[in-house]
Design a protein around this ligand. Structure first.
Ligand SMILES: Nc1ncnc2c1ncn2[C@@H]1O[C@H](COP(=O)(O)OP(=O)(O)OP(=O)(O)O)[C@@H](O)[C@H]1O
Ligand SMILES: [Mg+2]
Length: 333
């Protein structure tokens, strides 16, 4: 397992990629703008793991998987990876350079997009996600930071660091998807660590759509774990309560994508796109009138259930075991 070298501007990686400047520092990596000297100095992006992650087997394998998955993809709205010869010692990934900004820079903290722009972005995002799912790949980390709005008006879905193939089931580090994925967009079943499902990406699309249209993620609060668990016991506020200008049809679409039970959500990103492209045809079933509010009572009930499972159940089991042992010993001469 290789350890990543420190990368600085001026350095040439693999005798080919001249590092120009740092673009961003993500949760797990630093991304640099670079010039591909073997390809007319075309601009590329080089993603390198942060030092604290570079020596772990898990992160090395994540980068290998990200490169492998990324290089097999070919879609106009998905980041294009530079095809490189397989090399077990490579710890970075190289992709096209995207001139533009992230969706995260445009939405959230009360900032919303106008409806036609939001629908245009989301419709294209659905196309990209549907393409991924048709290839049995779940992205697992759909969030505004991972959607780039290009200067030419297109979009790119980026960051396949948590993506995995459902069929091959190659996702050996079982605990990672939950703590690393952003809690604002995480599906309730993802919190229960059920993985390998395309439904988690549909939920994240719904959460992003909610934020684009209202300016707020579906659940908010100071404590991320309280926010995360709220989605398991209740529904978000009706989008029209936050932005009354929204149509009832679009509200229905958002809430349909955010259903707590994955089997009640849109089955495919293509179905979600179908409704987004023709909102006037959406039948309003009244989801907004039947939302379950996350009250203190519900939180308390959940806590009681948790205590019952974690605290009381083992005691009952122990008492029952002793009774059984007692009964057995009494019967034995
Ligand atoms: N190809 C690219 N062109 C331009 N900017 C990019 C490119 N790839 C990534 N970035 C920028 O770098 C940021 C981090 O990239 P990326 O999401 O791939 O890294 P990460 O470490 O996996 O992030 P996180 O774990 O925080 O989601 C992006 O949000 C974006 O601003
Ligand atoms: Mg990212």
């Amino acid at each position: 397992m290789p350890t990543a070298r420190r990368v600085d501007p001026g350095q040439i990686l693999e005798g080919r990629f001249l590092i120009l400047e740092q673009i961003a520092r993500g949760g797990m990596s630093t991304v640099f703008k670079a010039a591909d000297l073997e390809n007319s100095s075309q601009l590329v992006a080089v993603k390198v793991p942060l030092a604290q992650f570079s020596s772990g087997l898990g992160s090395w394998s994540m980068f290998q998987r990200e490169a492998e998955i990324g290089m097999a993809l070919d879609h106009p709205y998905i980041l294009r990876f530079v095809a490189l010869e397989p090399n077990k010692h490579r710890t970075h990934v190289v992709t096209e350079y995207v001139a533009g900004t992230t969706l995260a820079a445009r939405v959230g903290k009360g900032r919303r997009l106008d409806e036609s722009e939001a629908l245009g972005i989301m419709s294209r995002l659905c196309e990209a996600v549907d393409y991924l799912h048709s290839r049995q790949i779940v992205h697992y980390d759909l969030k505004p930071e991972n959607v780039m709005l290009c200067e030419d008006g297109s979009i790119r879905l980026i960051d396949f660091g948590l993506a995995h193939e459902v069929v091959k089931g190659r996702f050996p580090f079982s605990g990672q998807a939950f703590p690393m994925a952003s809690l604002d967009y995480v599906a309730p079943e993802q919190l229960r660590r059920q993985r390998g499902r395309t439904s988690v990406d549909i939920y994240a699309l719904g959460a992003m759509l909610y934020e684009m249209l209202t300016g707020h993620p579906p659940f908010e609060g100071d404590d991320p774990f309280v926010v995360a668990s709220a989605r398991q016991i209740g529904d978000p506020k009706a989008p029209r309560a936050l932005y009354p200008g929204l149509s009832a049809q679009l509200e229905e679409v958002v809430l349909h994508a955010l259903r707590r039970d994955p089997s009640l959500r849109y089955r495919t990103a293509a179905a979600l796109k179908g409704d987004l492209d023709n909102p006037a045809l959406v039948r309003v079933s009244g989801l907004a009138e039947h939302l379950v509010e996350v009250t203190r009572w519900r939180k308390a009930l959940r806590m009681i259930r948790y205590i019952a499972i974690v605290g009381v159940a083992p005691i009952v089991f122990l008492v029952a075991s002793f009774r059984l042992l007692w009964w057995y010993l009494e019967r034995t001469p």
